[in-house]
Every structure is written in C-alpha cells, then in structure tokens.
Design a protein around this ligand. Structure first.
Ligand code: PLP
Length: 477
C-alpha cells in the first residue's frame, strides 16, 4: 500500500514511513493511494473471525511493509481479553468490542472496555506496540509531547507506559480535570511517563506544546513527536471494529447496517467511511455532534466553517468540544474525487475566508453516495437519552454515547439494523450521570478506589522554556 497526501504530495511512502509522522510535508494528511476492495467472498470468510483475526485481516491490507509475522504478533498482544477487561457484567471480554442489543434492530457496540474506559484505547493500544516495534527496529527513541484535557492524554499514557524507546510528556491544566481522570493519569508510576500539571487552562497547555514543537532545533535534537488524532495508524486501527460490529448484527453478509457515531475530530467516523469504501455493506454513517455542530452544519448545508476557540462551547460531552475537525480533510479528499488541488484550494479558503461552501458544485450534489447523514444533540437531549436508556433497557450510557444514540434513533430507518458506537463508559462522567439519574455511575472493579492511589505529577508554569528545561533534564540530546 502506497500513501499519498490530501494536498498532492506522492513520495511513494509506505505505512512505516507515515507511522511515526503527523502531517505530510505539504501540510496534508496521509491517505492510501486506493482502497482495498473486499468481495462478498472475502467478507464471508471474515464473518467467523475473532477480533484479533479480523484486525490482522484488515491491517495487513494497509501495512504491507510490516512483516506479516510481526503484525500478527502485535495484534495478538494488543487485542486481548486482559487489556479490554472493563466490560459490564455478562459481557464476554474475549469479544473485545461486545455488542449489546437494546431493542430489536438497535445495538450498542462497546468500544470502551480498554484501560482508560474510552474508545481511543482501541487504536492507541495498537499504536503503542507498533511504535515500540518500529523504534526498536530503527534503533531510535521518541519523546511524545502532548496536551490533554483528559481522554487522549490518558489513553496515550496507558498505551505507551513501559514501552522501550518511548517517553511521554503530557501537559494537563492543573486542577481542572475530574478527580477520576486526574487519578487515572497521575497514578501511573512508570519511569517513562511524565505528567506536567500546568497552571492554566487547556489552551495554555496546547500553546506550550505548539511553542516547543515550533522550535525545530529542539524538536530534532530531543526527538519530539506526537500521537494526535490525525495519525493514520490510529484511523486504520478503528476500521476493524466496524467489521466486528457489522458481523455481530447483520443476519447474513450483504445486509445493510447503519452506524451512529458521536463525533469530534472526525477520526472515528472516518474509519467507518473507509470500511464502507472497502465494501462493507454500511448503509448510513450517522454523524452526531453536540452543541459544537460544525460537522452537522456541513452535512446539512454544504458549508464548512470551523470555529475559533472563543466560539467553542464547553459541554457535558467534552471530548466532542472541537472547533475544527482535524480528520475531516480525509473525507473531503474523497468527496472531491481525490483532486488534491481542489482540497488545497478549499483549505486555503478556510484560512482566508474562514469557511468554504460546496453548494452548487457537482461534488455536493453527489454526496449522497457516501451515506453520511447528521444531527446534533444538546445537554438536555443527553440527560433525556441517558434517562430513557436506563429506564427502558437498564443500560447506563455516557454523555458522548448518548449524543450518538439520540441522533441515531432519529435517523434510523425501518428494517435497517442500527449500531450505536459506545465511545466511553459512564464512570468517566459521574457528574452528568448524577444529574440525569440521581445516582453515581457503575465503575469497573479495578477503578473502585483509583482516587486513593499515590499520585505523581509536577506543577509547572505555562512557559515553553520551563517545559523544554524539564525535557532536557530527562533526555540526553
Ligand atoms: C474522542 C472522543 C470522541 C470523538 O471522536 P473523534 O474521533 O474525535 O470524532 C467521542 N467520544 C469520546 C468519549 C471520545 O473520547
């Protein structure tokens, strides 16, 4: 498989070359030069596979330059019942992403049974193992620098802890994360994990990361990298569970199934788009946003207008509080018939005019063939959905999953099975659960007393110089 950029660059890069990287050199995102197409025979053969077998079958199509034996080992080490062990009573951990049927034709696909109770573990755990292998092979080391308001940072730390050749420096806003999130991250005692609590808000953390990364000499000398959501390996690892979810609910191969996806950076649903392009019989990709509805606006109107930080609202589904969806360019590349010149022009327009508008174009007229539909959800909707799901089905869902469920139920079609992706467990969002249900959420047993564990972190000022010095003291340049 060769990878090209959404902005036109084609250096014939393989999977291994783009594995550790972020943006391509021309500022675009990596995309496979073409999608592997699966026939009905291929799909029928995949039907009986367990999660590890499916992951290998899908990933080998995209990672041809990773030796098959290695890929199989990495997948087998990643997707184990032990790692994905936080499911509810009665769920089979061997399934990795078990399906729970709420009512005939409506299902939840549990993607949040990994170490940090959110779906980001599905990809990040594989990334940790892939990175460790690639760095060992090349004899290099990597220092991951990131900013987090909770989910991504903890997922990255749990994926990279104890990995050879990797250190993680994670900035978070001091005193601003929930007690649970703080405990989850700060209780890690691994020597390669460094938690820096920044006196400031999340944006200050992000500014510091940007400032450090913009110092190219420092970045090179101290081998600074990231694990952000545009990483291609993260996207492709997520393709696997669309197959798993499909086979779990489709009576026979060929039956169309729709997926409802709570969306922020467009990473999760982008994986669904790729599965569909590969020939998985996905009917609708139902995109759900919260009050930050940039993506819903696009799919309803054809206008893409990313918001500034000031216009981005803090909501009770915080992992979807996103102003510009970093993976969205991947879909637009396909929508534009893979015309990188057009994509480049559209993003230039976003920079100059703050938006682009596809109304009146042939591409917008033909968007229906990609299966996307969308809707948005509010705080009140979330509370009602959490309440209704609990009362009707005895299932507690988190606020993000509730956004997906709400929009999914509105846009489902008679006779088409609907799979709603569960992107976090309710335990992570106790406040909203209490508001909706008047009780505390259930917690997986091993997190019962996580707040009581000893914690390790360093408080720092929001200053790039201080953070650089901290890294310098711990990394030989
Ligand atoms: C990250 C996240 C999302 C949004 O996923 P994207 O890939 O950014 O669209 C939704 N729900 C939860 C719980 C998340 O952590």
């Amino acid at each position: 498989m060769r990878y090209v950029s959404t902005r036109g660059e084609d250096r014939g890069s393989g999977f291994r070359e783009i594995l550790l990287g972020g943006l391509m050199e021309d500022g675009g995102l990596a995309m496979p030069a073409d999608y592997p197409r699966l026939s009905t025979t291929d799909l029928t053969a995949m039907r009986g596979m367990n999660y590890r077998e499916l992951a290998f079958a899908v990933l080998r199509l995209f990672a041809g330059d990773v030796p098959e034996r290695v890929l199989r080992e990495l997948v087998e080490k990643t997707y184990t019942a032990e790692v994905y062990s936080n499911g509810r009573a009665g769920e089979d951990a061997e399934e990795i992403t078990p399906v729970r049927t709420l009512e005939p034709g409506v299902h939840l696909l549990a993607l949040s049974n990994g170490p940090t109770l959110a779906f980001k573990d599905m990809a990040m755990q594989l990334l940790g193992n892939l990175f460790e292998w690639a760095l060992t092979e090349s004899g290099e080391t990597l220092n991951i620098l990131g900013a987090t308001s909770g989910d991504t940072g903890s997922s990255a730390e749990y994926a990279m802890r104890g990995k050879r050749g990797i250190r993680v420096f994670m900035l978070s806003p001091y005193g601003k994360m929930s007690a649970f999130q703080t405990a989850q991250m700060f209780s890690l005692m691994d020597e390669n994990i460094f938690n820096l609590a920044v006196r400031g808000v999340f944006d200050d953390c992000q500014d510091v990361v940007k400032a450090v990364s913009n110092d190219l000499d420092f970045k090179r000398q101290y081998r600074i990298g990231t694990v952000n959501s545009i990483n291609w390996a993260r996207v492709v690892a997520q393709v696997v569970y669309y197959f798993k979810g499909y086979f779990a609910v489709a009576g026979e191969t060929g039956t169309p199934v729709s997926f409802a996806v709570p969306s922020g950076n467009f990473g999760n649903i982008c994986a669904g788009h790729i599965a569909r392009m590969m020939g998985l019989p996905v009917r609708r990709l139902i995109l759900a946003t919260n009050e930050n509805d940039v993506l819903d606006e696009f799919f309803r109107t054809g206008v893409y207008r990313p918001r500034g930080t000031a216009e981005t609202r803090q909501t009770s589904s915080p992992s979807m509080d996103i102003s510009k969806a970093s993976n969205f360019e991947r879909f637009v590349f396909d929508l534009m018939g893979r015309d990188a010149g057009r994509v480049k022009q559209l993003w230039r327009q976003v920079e100059t005019d703050g938006a682009f508008d596809l109304r009146g174009t042939a591409e917008w007229a033909g968007i229906g063939r990609f299966g996307f539909v969308s809707g948005a959800s509010s705080h009140q909707d979330r509370l009602e959905t959490i309440r209704r799901t609990w009362e009707r089905y005895g299932v507690m869902v988190d606020p993000h999953t509730a956004d997906g469920l709400k929009v999914g139920m509105e846009l489902r079609e008679e006779g088409v099975p609907l799979v709603c992706l569960e992107t976090a467990l309710p335990a992570k969002f106790a406040e909203t659960i209490a508001e909706a249900l008047g009780r505390a959420p259930e917690r997986p047993a091993k997190f019962e007393r996580v707040e009581e564990l000893p914690q390790r972190s360093v408080v720092v000022e929001p200053d790039a110089g201080v953070v650089k010095e901290f890294i310098r003291e711990r990394v030989a340049g």
